[in-house]
Design a protein around this ligand. Structure first.
Ligand SMILES: C[S@@+](CC[C@H](N)C(=O)[O-])C[C@H]1O[C@@H](n2cnc3c(N)ncnc32)[C@H](O)[C@@H]1O
Length: 147
């Protein structure tokens, strides 16, 4: 498993979680600006989880690069925020694009990819001070066909 982030803090935390789970030997963490470089090779599963940035960032291009690195038969999973929790520092009232907009931006060829799931499910999220809120994520799962 290869974990990538631009933030050393995020990578340290991820390595700590891997150690706590006893899987360090099967993980590696790489500090990269994904707008500039992407790990070499092909992957059976690529997850992009809440890959958001407060600064200008060619996210759609990064996600297209990620898709290109999925091995035949493998999966691309993208999860992104689709609502703002009440305690979030993000602007309340932010309007999020529907998951279909990211699906289109990925530019996945229909003869090479099967859409497994494209939707915006809700989930319960615990926040500070025992707060709980219902939030929404855009979730997209595509399988790369072996043809
Ligand atoms: C909302 S956090 C999500 C963190 C983690 N993936 C999770 O699901 O908990 C967004 C992450 O994207 C990372 N990020 C933002 N821009 C990046 C870039 N250009 N290259 C690599 N990582 C980036 C940030 O450092 C941050 O850790």
């Amino acid at each position: 498993v290869t974990g990538v982030d631009i933030s050393a803090t995020a990578l340290e935390r991820a390595a700590g979680h891997a150690q706590d789970a006893g899987v360090s030997a099967r993980t590696q963490f790489e500090r990269r600006d994904l707008s500039e470089t992407f790990p070499a090779g092909q992957f059976d599963l690529i997850c992009a989880l809440y890959l958001h940035s407060p600064v200008a960032f060619p996210r759609d291009q990064v996600l297209r690069t990620a898709a290109a690195a999925v091995a035949p038969g493998g999966l691309l999973l993208v999860v992104e925020h689709a609502s703002v929790a009440p305690w979030s520092c993000a602007a309340q009232g932010t309007v999020f694009a529907p998951p279909e907009q990211l699906r289109d931006a990925l530019e996945l060829r229909a003869d090479q990819w099967q859409a497994v799931f494209v939707g915006a499910p809700e989930r319960q999220l615990a926040g500070p001070g025992s707060q709980v809120a219902t939030v929404k994520d855009n979730v997209l799962v595509f399988r790369r066909l072996t043809v």
